[in-house]
Write a protein that binds this ligand. Sequence first.
Ligand SMILES: *[C@@H]1O[C@H](CO)[C@@H](O)[C@H](O)[C@H]1NC(C)=O
Ligand SMILES: *[C@@H]1O[C@H](CO)[C@@H](O)[C@H](O)[C@H]1NC(C)=O
Ligand SMILES: *[C@@H]1O[C@H](CO)[C@@H](O)[C@H](O)[C@H]1NC(C)=O
Length: 186
Amino acid sequence: MQFLAFASLFSLALASPLAGRDASTSASAVDVATAFVTAYSNMDYPTLAALTTPDFTFQDAAYPNITGETARGMYRWFIHDKAKTKMIVTLHNVTASPTDPNVAIASFTDDYYFNGNHVLNNITSTMTVSNGLLALEQDSYSFSAWAEQALGPLVGPLAAPLDVTKTLIQMTAKIELDTFMLFNPE
Ligand SMILES: *[C@@H]1O[C@H](CO)[C@@H](O)[C@H](O)[C@H]1NC(C)=O
Ligand SMILES: *[C@@H]1O[C@H](CO)[C@@H](O)[C@H](O)[C@H]1NC(C)=O
Ligand SMILES: *[C@@H]1O[C@H](CO)[C@@H](O)[C@H](O)[C@H]1NC(C)=O
């Protein structure tokens, strides 16, 4: 308990210069993206949420386009279930976009269990920042490599390449997120 309290104070202290910024003093996209993925790797939902714009949009293979409370709800769900999924997020690097000062590219790995199957997902995330807050997160990774691991050794190799698998994963992912939010209001 002592250690947990210390760890969260420490991460708050680290994050507060960014989280407390007002809109007029914009942090760089790299700073915001780094603080965001660091908060995620610390499983620190309040800090993570404070770094997003009200209409924050998240896009990946499983969630093609979720916004606002739903996009934050996905992170709230993942962090809420961290003991069950043994989620470990490792940030590798964050680099500035060579073309857009509002964009940073973050590379991180999600290591967790999905329905009992071990998944290692290497993610490249394009993060667009607006007034010092994360406005848009676009995650890319190999969907078939993810599905092959997530669906397990029996079904994975057969189902992963099929188009219908992605559709079914998207439908299931949305239902599970909506269910979590229904039973766990903020
Ligand atoms: C994503 O969803 C938002 C809110 O529902 C909508 O305004 C936006 O146009 C959508 N974007 C895409 C790319 O579908
Ligand atoms: C960032 O980390 C990833 C994963 O380790 C690596 O593939 C990539 O080359 C790194 N990019 C930079 C710019 O260091
Ligand atoms: C993820 O990256 C690690 C380290 O670079 C590598 O060992 C692993 O095979 C990658 N996993 C997938 C599914 O791409």
